[in-house]
Design a protein around this ligand. Structure first.
Ligand SMILES: [Zn+2]
Length: 451
């Protein structure tokens, strides 16, 4: 049996692994490469075989870096099913067409005049291939394959995927959440694997505690809104992170640690994802019900769900007292760029980063201290205060990853450290070898191994 690391090998995007059992081929994830110029080229040549040869896809969760090439796979002839949890399927119903829209927009600006990676119509058509599965239920995508999805505690609907084929049990961690993280439950812990693929986004770092994170967030909000009378702009992934931030704001309001202020949720997808989250109380842990109560009209400040473009433009005229949450999370596209344009050169404002910023993204350049950035091809001075709040991450940190690995009763025959930039991935590999004595390895991009 062969395993090919199509993406998320030595980097955090493009999550996709091709399994060839000899009898059939299938994919674990079908993610888009994001950030930087190389990503565009990699997305155009992402599949190592003819998509018609791929029998099915097992999808860990809805984030575009795990799901974003499904429309392209389908457009290129894939005929099979894409299995994912019910909440993931619902989220993809808004995320993939939105991604198609972004692809069409990018193609308009493409200097070489290339066609979009896929269109809105192709993204919408690909949704017909989605087949919802329940956590914990055994799935038989093929007579020779058994599969179970377990809660990964990363975002709504996220899963760890366990697959048995040809007598080999593969466990794919997907993206693992940090235990104790709000809204989602803690990750489940599989007990056995022959071949393990474990993510390593924060394989070399420890997150601050939730208490410390709330303190930092409270400081950023008070400093900007109460003292300096500016706006707070928060670039955030529409799915997962946005709901986390709403939860934290609700919590700070409940504790009366921040003044009342208006929150603008300016992203149709974030609005849709928030509504899907509210519609799935059975997937949430208990504390998030407080967020639900606040969103449904609790005390202090209002949350404006901004869906149409005119309402979005009106936010640009607000000079102070607003918290604007918008996508994309790494500032490479979407409405966030308008909000950066209106606020980034004003010293009384703040940009609060709450998520991982991949190398090559605009967000990463700002976090790394760029004095000037281009927005819509015009230079803008960075004078707003930049906050990076790491503890909000929806990814497990090094100790949480090691803790999760400790759930395995025996060493997997093979342990592949994926989904991390080289420093993080190698640090986790070393830590695994040290703590558990397992042999672990970081695969190279496009490497094929015998499993
Ligand atoms: Zn993710």
């Amino acid at each position: 049996m062969k395993l090919t690391f199509l993406g998320a090998a030595g980097e955090v995007t493009g999550s996709s692994y091709l399994v060839d059992t000899g009898e059939l081929k299938f994919l674990l994830d079908c993610g888009m490469f994001q950030g930087g110029r190389e990503a565009a080229a990699k997305n155009r040549h992402a599949f190592a075989c003819d998509p018609r040869e791929i029998a099915f896809v097992l999808l860990s969760h809805a984030h575009i870096d795990h799901s974003g090439l499904i429309p392209r796979l389908v457009a290129q002839g894939f005929r099979g099913a894409v299995y994912a949890t019910r909440a993931t399927c619902e989220l993809l119903g808004v995320m993939l067409p939105d991604s198609g829209h972004l692809q069409e927009r990018e193609a308009e600006y493409d200097r070489r005049g290339r066609a979009p990676l896929y269109t809105v119509a192709e993204a919408t058509a690909s949704l017909r291939h989605l087949v919802p599965v329940e956590y914990g239920a055994e799935l038989r995508p093929h007579a020779s394959v058994r599969c179970t999805f377990r809660d990964a505690g990363h975002i709504l609907g996220s899963a760890i995927v366990e697959v048995e084929a040809g007598g080999t049990k593969i466990v794919f961690s997907g993206d693992l959440g940090q235990p104790g993280h709000p809204i989602v439950r803690d990750p489940e812990r599989p007990a056995a694997a022959d071949v393990l693929l474990v993510e390593s986004t924060y394989g070399n770092r420890l997150h601050k505690s939730l208490t410390q994170t709330l303190d930092e967030f409270a400081y950023a909000l008070n400093d900007t809104l109460a003292s300096k009378k500016g706006n707070v702009v928060i670039p955030a992934f529409a799915v997962g992170r946005t709901q986390d931030i709403l939860y934290f704001i609700a919590e700070l309001r409940r504790q009366k640690r921040v003044p009342a202020f208006d929150v603008y949720l300016d992203s149709p997808m974030a609005v849709a994802a928030t509504r899907i989250t509210l519609a799935h109380p059975e997937l949430q842990d208990r504390e998030s019900l407080r967020m639900d109560a606040w969103l449904r009209g609790g005390e202090g400040g209002r949350v404006h769900f901004t869906e149409d473009v005119e309402d979005s433009k009106r936010i640009n005229s607000i000079r102070s007292g607003a918290v604007i949450i918008s996508a994309s999370g790494m500032c490479d596209g979407g409405r966030i760029k308008h909000h950066l344009k209106s606020n980034i050169s004003r010293p009384e404002c703040a940009i609060v980063f709450v998520g991982f910023q991949a190398a090559g993204s605009l967000g990463r350049r700002i976090v790394d201290g760029a004095k000037r950035v281009n927005l819509y091809r015009e230079p803008h001075r960075v004078r707003a205060k930049i906050f990076t709040i790491g503890g909000l991450s929806a990814h497990a940190d090094r100790d949480a990853l090691l803790g999760w690995l400790g759930g395995f009763r025996a060493a997997p025959r093979q342990c592949w450290v994926v989904h991390g930039e080289p420093l993080a991935a190698h640090a986790l590999r070393d830590a695994i070898e040290q703590r558990y004595g397992w042999r672990a390895a970081v695969p190279a991009a496009r490497q094929t191994v015998e499993i």
